[in-house]
Write a protein that binds this ligand. Structure first.
Ligand code: ZN
Length: 157
C-alpha cells in the first residue's frame, strides 16, 4: 500500500469513527431514507433549503465504513452551498465514481473527496459510497417537483 493510499484510508476511518453532521433535523424541509440492499447500508438524510441554499444538512448513517465516511464528507461539501453548487458537487462526485479511468479532476474545495476515489477498485463498494449522494439528489428532485413526504425512500439498484 502506498503512502497516499494509507493517508486516504486514514481519512475514511476518521470520518467513519467521527462522522460529521450526524443526527437529525426536526421539521426538516426534506427527510429521505436511503437504502443499499447489496451491503445493508441505511441512511436517513435531513436537509433544510432557504433562499435556494442548502442551509443545513444532517445524516443518520447505519452502514459500512465507506458509506458512513462518504456521507460525512458529503455533508461537509454541500452544507451552506447554493442549490446550483450542490448539484454540481453531486455531479462531480458521481462522475468521478462512475467514469472508467481516473480522469475526473476535483477542484481544490472538493479535495476531501479524493480519498473515496480508491473505492473504484472495489466495484461492489461503489454503491456504498454513492448512496448518500444519490439520496440527496433524489431528495432535491422531489423537492423541486413538490413531491416530498416524510416516508420518502431511495433504494440503490
Ligand atoms: Zn456498504
Amino acid at each position: 500500500m502506498s503512502l497516499t493510499d494509507e493517508l486516504y484510508r486514514e481519512t475514511i476511518l476518521d470520518h467513519y469513527h467521527q462522522p460529521r453532521n450526524q443526527g437529525e433535523i426536526p421539521d426538516a424541509t426534506v427527510k429521505i431514507e436511503g437504502v443499499n440492499p447489496l451491503c445493508g447500508d441505511e441512511i436517513t438524510l435531513y436537509f433544510n433549503v432557504n433562499d435556494k441554499t442548502l442551509s443545513d444538512v444532517k445524516i443518520n448513517s447505519h452502514g459500512c465504513s465507506i458509506n458512513t465516511a462518504s456521507g460525512s464528507i458529503m455533508t461537509e461539501c454541500v452544507k451552506g452551498q447554493s442549490l446550483d453548487n450542490v448539484k454540481e458537487v453531486v455531479d462531480t462526485f458521481k462522475s468521478m465514481m462512475l467514469t472508467k479511468g481516473d480522469d475526473t479532476e476535483l477542484p481544490e474545495e472538493l479535495e476531501d473527496l479524493e480519498c473515496l476515489r480508491g473505492v473504484k477498485k472495489y466495484p461492489v463498494r461503489i454503491k456504498c459510497a454513492l448512496l448518500p449522494w444519490n439520496t440527496l439528489q433524489q431528495g432535491l428532485e422531489r423537492l423541486q417537483n413538490g413531491k416530498t413526504n416524510s416516508s420518502d425512500q431511495y433504494v440503490e439498484k
